[in-house]
Write a new protein. Structure first.
Length: 132
């Protein structure tokens, strides 16, 4: 019997929910799923330019596990790019490092419940009722 998967730590959720190819109507697109831990592995290794060992420590997983997650993410993104599919970023086996909310007005991510951030769409505070 396989051991249950350990939750992977996500330091910052993605600012978007996915991507779609330019020039193809959304209703005609097929999608591929990119989990939040796959997104986080790409963010840490490619965007933050961390070594896989460093990224694994931040996600609280082993380096071989990070490599498997990272390779699966690359395969998913490549498939979407080559086959013209949309990418939906959701799900997975993860836990967020902090509480995050998405503003209903401007769709920005807002960290923590107590912080007040001015909404970019209006001159008022973000309305944070949608918890990530």
């Amino acid at each position: 019997m396989a051991r249950p998967e350990k939750n992977r730590k996500i330091l910052q959720p993605p600012i978007m929910k996915g991507f779609k190819p330019y020039g193809i109507p959304r209703c005609k697109l097929k999608t591929v799923q990119l989990t939040l831990e796959e997104y986080e592995s790409i963010r840490l290794v490619n965007y933050k330019m961390l070594q896989q060992k460093e990224a694994a420590v931040l996600m609280e997983i082993s380096r071989p596990t990070l490599t498997r997650i990272y390779n699966k993410a690359l395969k998913t993104i490549t498939k979407a790019f080559v086959e013209g599919k949309a990418i939906e970023i959701e799900g997975g086996n993860y836990e967020l490092d902090k509480e995050w909310y998405r503003c209903k007005n401007c769709n920005n991510l807002v960290e923590g419940e107590k912080d007040k951030v001015i909404c970019t769409s209006k001159d008022k505070f973000c309305s944070r009722e949608h918890k990530i």
